[in-house]
Write a protein that binds this ligand. Structure first.
Ligand SMILES: NC(=O)c1ccc[n+]([C@@H]2O[C@H](COP(=O)([O-])OP(=O)(O)OC[C@H]3O[C@@H](n4cnc5c(N)ncnc54)[C@H](O)[C@@H]3O)[C@@H](O)[C@H]2O)c1
Length: 371
């Protein structure tokens, strides 16, 4: 068994390790020992993931003498709410969770976001270990310390910055993932390449199908670890998103609006970000910050990513209306992450919200031509 790749991520009050490898779940107890985690260990997960991977984790924790409590949340973005967080907290308290215990999140980004939020507020903060089990949660949600739940007015409006003590990424868990969830995770790695590292972007594109199929372990581990390292470079400089970290929102302003408009469950987060990146690239080329050659390259790459989304049903007016509610809007003008060139993003203020509709028209036309 090869050792996992290890990244150390520093933050204002310390640091934590991210491990990317194989067969890590069956050694979970040893890893918890290293960070001096004590029980009870409150495992926050959902039915789908619990049935697949909960057993092996509980068995190993039991074998090293750690008590576990498993709290299930219903599967789906619609349950990433304050009400679910409160239910999880009540269940943990009822089952004897202690201030000195550990929260272990096991699942995709919905679980890591909600479980991280619970860990940050329960007893004013308990030890937190993330075990992300989707590609998207490995390369994005579980790294960087953002936690949160949705509100009826929008996504992730309630949350906290709360750093984990350890993140374990076991690529064996990705084998059970649906194809669309692999594409969704690929999108966030692609984004990191677009905004930080064009050599990595080329690596991703030359291994596009291998990565989406998850058919070569070493390539997958390399791609995940590099994406996390690129994200770490950004969040280490700007943990609380005062400045540089905002570039991570590339593709997300429009992506969130598309997600909200289509409704949870219709489109995956990363799928919406692929469309959002197209829109942001198109805007960059229209405004003149992005040269035609780079725009053509970006558009061609995005159109190569297999996407199973009802793009023709996107409602440009509704999406424009939704962006008006975005946290980044003032006076009907948006702050938008645009590109100067591939690998070099910039924050642009004063983008008229009206241009969102045009960007949606452009992306619908592009995918319409591609099919
Ligand atoms: N905090 C952050 O910085 C951050 C960053 C990006 C995204 N997010 C959040 O992440 C969420 C999206 O995460 P996601 O794409 O992982 O979605 P998800 O958590 O809904 O998981 C997708 C589906 O895959 C299932 N699943 C999870 N692991 C599996 C496995 N190994 N095998 C089979 N099925 C599995 C889940 O049960 C779910 O049905 C959104 O809520 C988004 O806002 C947060």
């Amino acid at each position: 068994m090869t050792d996992p790749k290890r990244l150390k991520i520093s933050h204002q009050t310390g640091s934590y390790e991210v491990l990317v490898g194989k067969n890590l779940l069956a050694q979970i107890g040893e890893y918890l020992r290293v960070i001096r985690a004590t029980g009870p260990v409150g495992i926050i997960t959902n039915n789908t993931v619990n049935e697949l991977y909960g057993g092996v984790i509980r068995d190993h924790l039991r074998s090293v003498g750690l008590l576990t409590r498993t709290i299930l949340i219903p599967d789906g973005e619609a349950y990433k709410t304050l009400a679910s967080a409160e239910q999880v907290i009540s269940a943990l308290i009822a089952q004897g969770m202690e201030r000195s215990g550990t929260i272990l999140t096991l699942g995709g980004g919905v679980v890591t976001d909600l479980g991280g939020f619970v860990a940050s507020v329960l007893f004013r903060g308990v030890k937190l270990v993330h075990i992300p089990t989707t590609l998207l949660s490995m390369v994005d949600a579980a790294v960087g310390g953002k936690t949160g739940v949705n509100h009826s007015s929008g996504k992730n409006l309630v949350g906290s910055f709360y750093q984990p003590d350890l993140v374990l990424m076991d690529i064996d868990t990705l084998k059970s993932l649906e194809d669309r969830d692999r594409v969704s995770g690929f999108a966030e790695m692609f984004k990191m390449g677009v905004i930080r590292d064009t050599a990595y972007l080329d690596f991703l594109m030359s291994n596009l199908l291998t990565l989406i199929e998850g058919s070569a372990d070493e390539i997958l581990i390399t791609a995940i670890a590099r994406s996390c390292a690129l994200k770490a470079e950004v969040v280490e400089v700007d943990e609380k998103e005062a400045d540089l970290r905002r570039i991570l929102n590339f593709g997300h302003t429009l992506g969130h609006a598309i997600e909200t408009t289509l409704g949870y469950g219709v489109i995956r987060h990363g799928e919406a970000v692929i469309l959002g990146m197209y829109g942001a690239g198109w805007l960059s080329s229209q405004i003149g910050t992005l040269q035609q050659e780079d725009w053509n390259k970006l558009a061609a790459m995005l159109l190569k990513i297999p996407l199973d989304v009802p793009i023709e049903s996107l409602d440009a007016d509704a999406i424009e209306a939704s962006t008006r509610k975005d946290k980044k809007v003032a006076n009907s003008q948006l702050n938008f992450v645009l590109l100067n060139r591939l690998g070099e993003p910039q924050m642009q203020s004063g983008i008229p919200v009206l241009m969102i509709k045009l960007a949606v028209d452009a992306l619908k036309k592009a995918w319409g031509r591609a099919v």
